[in-house]
Design a protein around this ligand. Structure first.
Ligand SMILES: Nc1ncnc2c1ncn2[C@@H]1O[C@H](COP(=O)(O)OP(=O)(O)O)[C@@H](O)[C@H]1O
Ligand SMILES: [Mg+2]
Length: 260
């Protein structure tokens, strides 16, 4: 069985891409086969994993809009393998992804294109993690329709609370229109937390703690380790295996392991 997880929040800069890469890295370290999908047209995940964007006809944009009908395997670039027998692969971005929302608007079944595409790797990977764009558009609908569950990166800021409400209503809408079973919301990942947290940040954390059915899974501090690993295209568990950050990402990986 493959567990597919959307890492989603329409707010930008809250740590979606870092969470996708690092939780994926921790799952691979634990011996799992993991596929990351760079669904944000900006292609930050592709950059963060140090991989080149796809330049030919075989690319995620064309696969989603149906103008290329090859095998999903042709869109996958291997990133790394781990001592425990895990692997990390990536469906990389392409420059054409910047046009994908416009093009998807012209096709039928536009919200379930990714689900169809990923059905080709069902049972092949243990985990698929989808790095979502910072928008509540048709791409995010595709991720929410394709996933079994979601991780929601947030920051301990007032504007993140408003964003979370909007996201939860989008999840309900997709549950109603596009899914058989409701999406499983694994919980929140509070990112980029300054230490010590300000009074304001602590008050926002208190509000997050009150969400029923949406546990705070981790609070990830602002750390140069994340930025360094990103710069070198490596995962934190590989780049700084003994760091606090690596430990946090391993704990988050355990949450997905238990949900699988
Ligand atoms: N825990 C962290 N500590 C320091 N920098 C981080 C951390 N998490 C993410 N970042 C950096 O913050 C920026 C925004 O994170 P990113 O994952 O790109 O957010 P999003 O995908 O939601 O836009 C990136 O430059 C990333 O490298
Ligand atoms: Mg991102």
């Amino acid at each position: 069985m493959t567990l597919t997880t959307a890492v989603t929040n329409q707010k930008g800069g809250v740590g979606k891409t870092a969470t996708t890469k690092e939780v994926g890295g921790a799952l691979a370290e634990a011996g799992r086969s993991v596929l990351l999908v760079d669904l944000d047209p900006e292609g930050h995940l592709t950059g963060a994993t140090g991989l080149p964007k796809a330049t030919g006809d075989a690319n995620l944009c064309r696969a989603l809009i149906g103008t290329w009908e090859g095998s999903l395997a042709d869109l996958i670039t291997p990133h790394s393998q781990t001592a425990a027998g895990g692997r990390l692969d990536v469906v990389v971005s392409s420059p054409e992804m910047l046009l994908v929302v416009r093009e998807l608007d012209k096709v039928r079944s536009r919200e379930i294109r990714l689900r169809r595409l990923l059905s080709a790797v069902d049972g092949i990977y243990d985990h698929v993690l989808i790095d979502c764009p910072p928008s509540l558009d048709v791409l995010t609908d595709n991720a929410l329709a394709a996933a079994d569950g979601a991780l929601v990166p947030v920051q301990a800021e007032d504007s993140s609370i408003e964003a979370l409400k909007l996201l939860l209503s989008q999840v309900s809408a997709v549950d109603e229109d596009l899914r058989e079973k409701p999406l499983q919301l694994h919980g929140l990942v509070v990112n980029l937390l300054r230490r010590p947290p300000s009074i304001l940040a602590r008050s926002v954390l208190d509000i997050y703690q009150q969400y029923e059915d949406l546990p705070v899974l981790a609070t990830v501090p602002l750390s140069v380790t994340v930025v360094e690993a990103w710069r070198y295209g490596r995962t934190v568990v590989d780049y700084a295996p003994d760091s606090e950050l690596a430990g946090l990402y391993r704990e988050l990986a355990t949450v997905l392991e238990e949900a699988a």
